[in-house]
Design a protein around this ligand. Structure first.
Ligand SMILES: *Cc1c(COP(=O)(O)O)cnc(C)c1O
Length: 430
């Protein structure tokens, strides 16, 4: 089946299903197995030297996960996908397959906190330098690129500020330097809201924990290979060159435009062990079947909530990418569906850290957690949770003010959430 001819909503249900499945089962089976019997020694040897495709060990592949990877690749229009155990493991696996000690990656300053720490601490300790651009102006990225650069990295919509970089320009800059553009597309919802492959990205990473799963029930990540990058330009001897782990096999010559995905699997998953559980990839498959419906509802709810909060006397500021005054509204409208109206908003309440904590504690429906893309509406108060250890000055540097809240509307009827906010405001401001 050529999935490219089908619309997103159809692909999210049909891609990765096997109509010829011998049991007639409508859905995919969960294979809770760590290993697979080899029919003979020659077959086993072929699998190990990558001359034949097949199952060896669940750290490398699993039939349930393979179905899910096919669905993801079809949704993005990529050549292959590799599922991992979390969004963070997708990022680590992809980036360590691109850059080695002494090389660097040029990254956007608008990054998820976990990614920021990975870049600033752990990858640096491993000898991979991450050069964070001072702003999202593509010229600032270009200035940091040198002959040791192996990728340009950005989030399609930054967590939590919802700022959107000029993805197309970043692609041009990366390609001019002979390196791939890697986009964390968690906010792009598996390509439904934004597909960075349409704008020059070569590799996508995505935290499947968020909108792909959609119900807050499992951790996961994915790496998608767009199949567009020329690995034969001399900068990637790990991909176009003798592979130490495979008796000198050249992955680019053997696997062509899928070489990067193969690299992430046969070196990345094999050596780092960042594989997902088949139970979790099954949940991701189920989540994907309703992704477009859920995300559309959440985008509409986010707008309704933003409009309600903008006019509320208990609210000081509303930062919502769907409003024209948001600094990234133009880029969001260009790169994201629904005129750039994202699924998350940030607000600052009037009052102080204590009244804000009181508001959060008074919510009865909305959950006080650190999560986005859940079916439950989530409200996060960074000043009393993730950023509590920081001084007020450091908090300000991180863009966190005492009354800031990040809100990710869920699947409830938003009028019930608004009523919940009303009663919590009344208690907090009493
Ligand atoms: C949550 C998140 C991650 C990390 O994903 P996990 O699944 O939590 O490991 C990475 N990038 C972005 C933009 C995220 O929101």
């Amino acid at each position: 089946m050529d999935y490219k001819k089908l619309k997103f909503e159809t692909r999210q249900i049909h891609a990765g299903l096997n109509a010829q499945e011998p049991t007639g089962s409508r859905g995919v089976a969960i294979y809770p197995t760590s290993a697979y019997r080899f029919k003979d020694c020659e077959y086993a040897a072929n699998l190990f030297e990558l001359s034949e495709a097949g199952n060896i060990y669940t750290r490398l592949q699993n039939p349930t996960t393979t179905n899910y990877e096919e669905r993801i690749a079809a949704l993005y229009g990529g050549v292959a996908a590799v599922a991992t155990s979390s969004g963070m493991s997708a990022i680590v696996t992809a980036l360590t397959c691109l850059a080695s000690e002494g090389e660097n990656i040029v990254a956007s300053p608008l990054l998820y906190g976990g990614t920021y720490n990975l870049f600033r601490c752990t990858l640096r300790r491993l000898g991979i330098e991450i050069r964070i651009a001072p702003t999202t102006d593509p010229a600032d990225f270009a200035r940091l690129i040198d002959d040791k650069t192996r990728a340009v990295y950005a989030e399609s919509m930054g967590n939590p500020t919802c700022e959107v970089p000029d993805i197309e320009k970043l692609g041009e800059i990366a390609h001019k330097a002979g390196v791939p553009l890697v986009i964390d597309n968690t906010f792009g919802a598996a390509g439904y809201l934004c597909n960075p492959f349409d704008w020059g990205a070569d590799i996508i990473v995505d935290s499947a924990t968020k909108w792909i799963n959609g119900h807050g029930t499992a951790m996961g990540g994915i790496i998608v290979d767009g199949g567009t990058f020329d690995w034969g330009n001399g900068k990637f001897p790990n991909i176009d060159g003798p592979s130490e782990g495979y008796h000198g096999l050249n992955l680019y010559k053997a696997f062509g435009n899928m070489a990067f995905a193969v690299k992430c699997r046969v070196d990345g998953l094999r050596d780092l062990g960042t594989c997902p559980s088949p139970f979790d990839t099954y949940l991701m498959m189920i989540g994907l079947e309703t992704l477009s419906l859920r995300v559309r509802h959440e985008v509409e709810s986010t707008r309704r909530l933003a409009e309600y909060l903008r006019d509320h006397k208990a609210v000081k500021t509303v930062s919502y990418v769907g409003f024209e005054e948001h600094p990234s509204h133009k880029n969001a409208a260009k790169y994201f569906r629904f005129d750039g109206c994202g699924p998350v908003l940030n607000v600052e309440l009037v009052g102080d850290v204590d009244t804000t904590a009181k508001f959060v504690e008074s919510l009865e429906l909305a959950a006080h957690m650190t999560m986005i893309g859940d079916s439950i509406t989530v409200v996060t108060h960074p000043a009393s949770t993730t950023h509590k250890q920081l001084s007020e000055a450091d908090m300000a540097k991180a863009g966190v003010t005492p009354t800031l809240l990040r809100i990710s509307p869920g699947l409830e009827n938003i009028e019930d959430i608004i009523a919940d906010f009303e009663q919590a405001f009344a208690k907090a401001l009493k």
